[in-house]
Write a protein that binds this ligand. Structure first.
Ligand SMILES: CC(C)[C@H](C(=O)O)[C@@H](O)C(=O)O
Ligand code: SF4
Length: 414
């Protein structure tokens, strides 16, 4: 009778949890990064709790402002490192290891059936592995640090099915943007979304991460792909704990049941300043581009860099182009496979694995009136620099635009 979310909350709360119930649930893993751990640790200290609930279950990756960009950031990071030592947090990842939402799966924390809470809105990424991953604010995280528990309203679930096969030149990012365009930025507010259909099953693990990563951009509390053989193959030799895959019952009750067909999907682009301002990329063709950015927790994986390298091989970008691999592991794989060399020769500048310019803090801020085409997940006004314009697209579309200096249908370059 249950959806995936109802079943995960039933286990985590030790009660029969149904949609709209309020439960107090045991969190399996808790994550805060260099940005949000600052306030979480401050609140934790103010609560007067001496010791975190479980130093093995807290994961702290430094990714947002690394290497430290200002003396203030350096000081805050120093303080968190000291707290990590004092609390004997076992899973601390220094800047350069990668973006939190990449590091957790790589290190085996994103496991089917788990309740994983992160002090970052894109913690829904872990749904790619059949987990209930969700983001909370830093003060809620302090509560988890202290008790291992947090209250939740069990979300209702939307069943979203995408049948058929994606067309050539259409990638997980295009599918994701298409679904957000159809649903709207608030169309799934506080719902969980379960993804089904051949087009979803055909996605690689990396593609499923792209999809679930952006569930929050339709307002969703979580986006979940039921685990399958691809999931288990990825998790092999990574997982640190036992896990129990969770699937919805055939008579589970959904608040909405929507279906789409992969054939209908062309390469997509989200135009400024809303993520659901989505059009087929051809409709924005000819828009001048000042900067191109390949990376982020949405599209900074090897597969993404490989797609870009396929388009840029033997050519030269005509606009400044930045690449930030989502993790050190991915950077190394890019080096070993020759993708790194292809991109560097094409004129791409690599920066430290991490968030980089995604949130406009450093390493690639755009000027007023400038247009950036990016593989990220948000194009909010001013996010990458005051007065700047952000277009969100697939790695193929970003690479093609970097060559042409304007937005172009990437299928012209395949
Ligand atoms: C800094 C952090 C709180 C923020 C988030 O929660 O998403 C960031 O990662 C982002 O993408 O805007
Ligand atoms: S890469 Fe961007 S979206 Fe992802 S966690 Fe970092 S700042 Fe947030």
């Amino acid at each position: 009778m249950g959806t995936i979310s109802e079943k995960i909350f039933s286990r985590a709360a030790g009660t029969d949890a149904a949609a709209n119930d309020f439960v107090s649930a045991d969190v399996d893993y808790a994550m805060a990064h260099d940005g949000t751990s600052v306030l979480a640790v401050k609140s934790f200290r103010e609560m007067g709790t001496e010791k975190v609930w479980d130093s093995e279950k807290i994961v702290i990756p430094f990714d947002h402002l690394i290497p430290a960009s200002t003396d203030v950031a350096a000081g805050l990071q120093k303080d968190i490192r000291e707290w990590v030592k004092e609390q004997k947090i076992s899973h601390f990842y220094e800047g350069g290891e990668g973006i939190c939402h990449q590091v957790l799966p790589e290190q085996g924390f994103a496991l089917p059936g788990k309740l994983i809470v992160g002090a970052d809105s894109h913690s829904c990424t872990y749904g790619a592995f059949g987990a209930f991953g969700t983001g909370v604010g830093a003060t809620d995280m302090a509560e988890i640090f202290a008790t291992g528990k947090l209250w939740f309203k069990v979300p209702e679930t939307i069943k979203m099915t995408v049948d058929g096969t994606l067309n050539d030149g259409v990638y997980a990012k295009d599918l994701t943007l298409y679904l957000i365009g159809k649903t709207g930025i608030a169309g799934a507010t506080y719902k969980a979304v379960e993804f089904y259909g051949d087009a979803i099953a055909d996605l690689s693990v990396s593609g499923r991460m792209t999809l679930c990563n952006m569930a929050i951009e339709m307002g969703a509390k979580a986006g979940i792909v039921p685990p399958d053989e691809k999931t288990f193959a990825y998790l092999k030799n990574r997982s640190q704990a036992d896990f129990e895959p969770v699937y919805a019952d055939s008579d589970a009750s959904y608040c909405r049941d929507v279906s789409y067909h992969a054939d209908d999907i062309e390469p997509q682009i989200a135009c400024p300043h809303e993520v659901d301002n989505v059009v087929p990329v051809g409709k924005a063709a000819g828009t001048h581009i000042d900067q191109a950015f390949l990376g982020t927790c949405t599209n900074g994986r090897l597969e993404d860099l490989e797609i870009a390298a396929g388009i840029l091989k033997g050519k030269k970008v005509t606009v400044r182009t930045i690449a930030a691999p989502a993790s050190r592991t991915i950077l190394l794989e890019a080096v070993q496979s020759g993708i790194y060399e292809t991109l560097v020769k094409a004129g791409v500048s690599f920066i430290t694995p991490g968030c980089g310019p995604c949130l406009g803090a450093h390493q690639g801020i755009i000027a007023e009136g400038e247009n950036c085409i990016s593989t990220a997940n948000r194009n909010f006004k001013g996010r990458m620099g005051k007065g700047g314009f952000i277009y969100l697209a697939s790695p193929a579309s970003v690479a093609a635009a970097a060559l042409k200096g304007e937005i172009v249908d990437p299928r012209e370059y395949l």
